[in-house]
Ligand binder design. Sequence first.
Ligand SMILES: C[S@@+](CC[C@H](N)C(=O)[O-])C[C@H]1O[C@@H](n2cnc3c(N)ncnc32)[C@H](O)[C@@H]1O
Length: 338
Amino acid sequence: MSSLNQALSVALENRQSLLAELHAQGTDCYRLFHGSQEGASGLTIDRYGPQLLVQSFHTSLDRDALLALHSAVNAHLGLELLLVYNDRSQGNSRIDRSDAVYKADDAALADLVGHEWGLNYRVRGRHAGQDPLLFLDLRNARGWVKDHAKGKSVLNLFAYTCGVGLSAAAGGASEVCNLDFAEGNLAVGRENGHLNPHLAPMQFIQSDYFPAIRQLAGLPIASRRGQKLPSYARLDQRQFDLVLLDPPAWAKSAFGTVDLLRDYQSLLKPALLTTAEDGVLICCNNLAKVNMDEWRDQVLRCASKIGRPVRDCQTLAPGADFPSLDQQPPLKTLILQL
Ligand SMILES: C[S@@+](CC[C@H](N)C(=O)[O-])C[C@H]1O[C@@H](n2cnc3c(N)ncnc32)[C@H](O)[C@@H]1O
């Protein structure tokens, strides 16, 4: 057995009880091999319902090694998962769409459905973006929202494909509002809504974060160095009972820069002001080099400074399918009771 297959076999063994638990709760989307922590840096193997998604970020796999991993997972799970290989070892983690190593079958690339916490999610091995349509390390946050959303108005910021919004709707939220500037991502969110027809409909706001959150928070929208701003959706000032803030590590737009390393405050401050008294703000930071203790201090200080002190702060770690040897997972999540 190759050392890679041996590492996979240990990873599968370590997940025995977790997988039983996930299957029992209606989840068939999870990480089976988290290479950076399990012996093959830059390699991830994820199950998305009927699909097995293998991704390499540092060096390409060779075809035989890829097929051996696929067989080992199938044998372990007793399934015939449809294989997709996204080699992202070229620049900027972009998928090599020439499929030099392995070309997936049409069936593997079809529109499929995966499940998490009993909900249906659109799964596509290939689409216009680079990342899978559901970020698996946020599963515990979606579960928390599902358990705590009953009767609450919920605002899902940087909503991507609206998994958090869907979880809130499933938990009985009175209202769910998903905000993102990418129409393509919200379109998948709408599909996710349609895949769960028993849930109350969600709302979708296509807007840049900065003008939207500043209007909701009742703050002015400043133009930078007197430059004229592009047009933006008009929103009334208001608050939500439960707000989720899970931004990308870095993104620049005409309205501002999302920078989780240097300036979390300009994202956090308006989100705090948009959270109701006695409400909850869940905030995330997925940048590995940001230390949890330092970031938590920063978050708590910012909240006190703007007069919204945190009554209780709880941390939420990703599931055990994202092991972290130093107990410092890249995705950090805080649940703030205001
Ligand atoms: C890492 S994803 C967020 C993951 C998401 N919270 C989830 O639950 O899966 C980043 C998202 O932020 C959006 N985005 C990036 N910059 C933005 C901005 N300035 N305003 C609004 N959305 C933005 C992207 O379109 C993308 O959908």
